[in-house]
Design a binder for this molecule. Structure first.
Ligand code: ARG
Length: 457
């Protein structure tokens, strides 16, 4: 049996040792110590301003809390299961420093609004960190898209070669995705950065708190308007996990392409040695472990979102201890997204692009068959008909073992009288790309314009 708890007044005996361990969150919510202390400092100052405690008491508490933070930072403090969670642990340290005055800090507050605040402050910070990393990945993408401008690669649908595209255009597709990811995080941040302090356990408090000034001091944009909602909901955390999951999905697809592209079958890119590992048995191997791990880690990000949603879905209002389970998925996703963004930036920056291999892949596989059909359509042949003719030409090529560009004008003409001198040009790779000049298309003029626009931003 362990020693007396802060909430031990109504208890006869101590807590079972197993139950202590089972219910403790200190092993993981120690991560929230900075947020917890920041919240407590703001709360204590406000208690002083409102004369709920004396100014002197408030000053003592604030000073001691800053000292505790410094001690935790320098590794001078160790935590144990009996402290239950970070909130209790900090309060215990405080009482150890300032005696019974420390017991005044929790006036007008509950761990329920306290923990909601801590998680909001934590997520706000994590979002800001993720936004920096996202913009770094986007910068790398822009740089490579600029540097590789003009490189043509096969675009795919169904994993079959479809139409030639600029490699830059393909890279910039990810840029667009990551921009939307940024938007999602920023949007989630707006709803996260609101203060629940003052909600108390669930109903508000009997003390004349100044909730607004605490929110301002903590850099928050407002206060939760309903005390029950303030301690009950974790939708802001779910939004964070969703934004993380989508970002991981994008990173995973980029990684999958890097894994594929760096295979001997594709050989479109080679990854830097520093980002690959060898095999313990096969001497020739250079394995793309880093993109593989990003791809693999997407799984946990999706799982974390599902964990939180499932944990929350059946809870009656307001706080329930189930909600302690919100933290580990959130911490895990934050760490995972950040690591993977760091890795992705390095991969994008470091991959060497094999222009010849990409071009060779475009020559094989009739990638400009659509251009042939478009050509005939421009000559007045209905597109359905021209599609069929181009299809027959492809079949002919396959039978003869030829590529589209190997066909002579005579051979082409034998399929339709309107095929003229300019047909061979129209089905060249460069024309195929150049003519796709619609807004958002792979035409170099449009891609260059988008690149310039994005750079300005
Ligand atoms: N460790 C708890 C959590 O993470 C803090 C809140 C506990 N509140 C309570 N009434 N038991 O949710």
């Amino acid at each position: 049996m362990a020693k007396k708890k802060a909430w031990g007044g109504r208890f006869d005996g101590g807590t079972d040792r197993f139950v202590e361990e089972f219910t403790a969150s200190i092993p993981f919510d120690i991560l929230l110590y900075r947020q917890d202390i920041a919240g407590s400092i703001a709360h204590a100052r406000m208690l002083g301003r409102r004369k709920i405690i004396t100014r002197k008491e408030a000053d003592m508490i604030v000073k001691a809390l800053s000292g505790i933070r410094a001690d935790i930072e320098s590794g001078k403090v160790s935590f144990g299961i009996s402290q239950e969670d970070i909130h209790m642990a900090v309060e215990q340290l405080l009482v150890r420093r300032v005696g019974r005055i420390g017991g005044k800090l929790h006036t007008g507050r509950s761990r329920n609004d306290q923990v909601a605040l801590d998680l909001r402050l934590y997520l706000r910070e994590e979002i800001d960190g993720i936004l920096v990393l996202l913009s770094r990945v986007k910068d790398r993408i822009l740089l490579r898209a600029e540097e590789c401008f003009g490189v043509v690669m096969p675009g795919y649908t169904h994993m079959q070669r479809a139409q030639p595209v600029l490699f830059s255009h393909h890279l910039l597709a990810y840029h667009e995705m990551f921009t939307r990811d940024e938007d999602r995080f920023r949007d989630a941040r707006r709803r996260t950065n609101v203060s629940p302090l003052g909600a108390g356990a669930l109903a508000g408090t009997t003390f004349p708190l100044d909730r607004e000034s605490v929110a301002v001091e903590l850099g928050m944009d407002g206060v939760c308007e309903n005390s029950i909602d303030a301690v009950s909901d974790r939708d802001f955390a779910a939004e964070f996990l969703f934004a993380s999951a989508v970002t991981m999905m994008h990173l995973s697809r980029l990684s999958e392409e890097m894994v594929m592209w760096s295979s001997s079958e594709f050989a479109f890119v080679s990854l830097p040695d520093a980002m690959c590992t060898g095999s313990s048995i096969m001497p020739q191997k250079k394995n793309p472990d880093v993109p593989e791990l990003i791809r693999g880690k997407a799984g946990r990000a999706f799982g974390n979102l599902m964990s939180l949603l499932t944990m929350m879905k059946g809870l009656p209002l307001s706080y329930n201890r189930d909600m302690q389970e919100d933290k580990e998925p959130v911490f895990d996703s934050a760490r995972t997204v950040k690591e993977c963004l760091v890795a992705a930036a390095l991969l994008v920056e470091g991959m060497a692009v094999n222009e010849e291999r990409m071009r060779a892949a475009c020559d094989d596989g009739f990638l400009t068959a659509t251009d042939l059909a478009d050509y005939l359509a421009r000559k007045g042949v209905p597109f359905r008909k021209s599609h069929e003719i181009a299809g027959r030409i492809v079949r002919y090529c396959e039978a003869k073992g030829k590529r589209l560009k190997d066909l002579s004008l005579e051979e082409l003409r034998s399929f339709h009288a309107r095929i003229g001198e300019d047909a061979r040009d129209a089905i060249s790779l460069s024309n195929s790309v150049r003519l796709r000049n619609t807004r958002g298309g792979t035409g170099p003029e449009k891609v260059r314009g988008r690149l310039a626009g994005l750079k300005k931003k």
